[in-house]
Design a protein around this ligand. Sequence first.
Ligand SMILES: [Zn+2]
Length: 76
Amino acid sequence: MSDIQCKAEECSTIIYDGEYCRRHKIAFERIKEGFEKWKKALGSIEWEEYLQELAGNKPGNVGTDVIAVAIQLLNG
Ligand SMILES: [Zn+2]
């Protein structure tokens, strides 16, 4: 079994299954939940547009883990 790294931006945590470490997995779940809320609030927003909003946000407004995952999703 080969060790792989978490896919999130600037995270070098070794993971054994899935795509993210525990921390970034939680962040990814938050991103998906947030997207549903934004869609309801704004009427329509594209997934990429939403990710760009998150990626360009200030740490403090959204978590740094969320920003790292958003950047990775945009680049990936
Ligand atoms: Zn990670």
